[in-house]
Design a protein around this ligand. Sequence first.
Ligand code: F0G
Length: 456
Amino acid sequence: MRTIIEPFKIKSVEPIRFTTKKEREIILKDAGYNPFLIHSDDVLIDLLTDSGTSAMSAAQWAGIMQGDESYAGSRSFYRFEEAIRKITGMKFIIPTHQGRAAEKILFSIVGGKGKYFPNNTHFDTTRANIEFSGAEADDFLNEIGKHPEIRADFKGNMDIQKLEKFIQEKGKENIPLCMITITNNSGGGQPVSMQNIRETKEVCTKYGIPLFIDACRFAENAYFIKTREAGYEHKSPLEIAKEIFSYADGVTMSAKKDALVNIGGFLAMQDERLATQCRNLLIVTEGFPTYGGLAGRDLEAVAQGLEEVLDENYLHYRIRSVAYLGDKLVAAGVPIIEPPGGHAIYLDAKRFLPEIPPHQFPGQAIVCALYIEGGIRSVEIGSVMFGKNDENGNMISPPMELVRLAIPRRVYTQSHIDYVSEVVIETFKQREKMRGFKFTYEAPMLRHFTARFEHI
Ligand code: F0G
């Protein structure tokens, strides 16, 4: 088989700045060993996130020039609405400035004390918005999804039995909606099968609970269904996406992922009453319903991006380029979540650094080592991000300790990725030298963004 090439050529380039290892040691120390606090000019390859970091196409930039900046009834809104409706079939489409703004509006209305929201795995902002409303966020990831070393096709699947038992226990009247996140970002970017989405919907229907999809990476999930689930191999990504959303009563999406833009999001639903409540809140917090926190040009770029992301050549390259990095690391013995996810490679910090216990943040130790070794910025998804303190101040750790290498869309070439694999492998070889961390500052919520650390 021939090399799978990037399905684009590069028209505009952005230089990256090189630093020395000595410089990076000082930079990281000054940033309290938290790469969120580093200037991006001091980063060589930025794998912090795939969110808002995509390269836009010439057609998207052209759309930027054509954006209609009318306060009300913007032409760009109608294009945005049509593009989303074509894929999701939702009746009511509400633009927001990013995903968490959609979550904030939704959970301000349906959340509150005594309410429960199940999901395969809540992303951190979703969980935070639910908890901020006073409600409880609960994860029901299938058992296989919790074992990084096991290869399976759909490790993002919901545990349907546990979900149903939970609904019976808590009472359907206390569960305003159920969510499913595709792909499952916090669990390794792993896809959810069509069958599992259908079965989740069946359970929801049985108890009269609406199903909402967190659709950040719906196109990547659709491509996994195409290549891994029987009966979908001859369907287009658009046809598969349409079927996915046919099981949903609502959608939240950060367009910063699979809409290939730098800012944007939306909330969509079939229920008119809920949509009216959401729009009223939108006016207070985001803006008028035909722009909702975005400029007309942003709406254009989202509409165009949603078309491009469902292109089969693009998705083939996208999924393969992430797997390419994963395969190189596995061949060198580096422990990762297998198989590679859709948007990122997740290093398994528990197996990478078995001597460093979760409360000393092995993931953070790897994040720091990758930056010093090669100027690569990654993010910890483990006890720093999701750890909680009990009444006695002891930390309760999440099931996995991971380091995410998120691959921005259409940004880095194969040689950048070759470099990344070399740095990760070198860091793995030197793992005996690595030490754990403790907090010197920790915010009460979403602490990973602003935390500061020192070496133990
Ligand atoms: N849901 C999922 C599954 C996400 O991955 C994100 C963002 C959001 C919701 C919130 O969207 O950032 O536009 O407000 N994930 C980014 C990440 C931040 O790096 O994975 P947002």
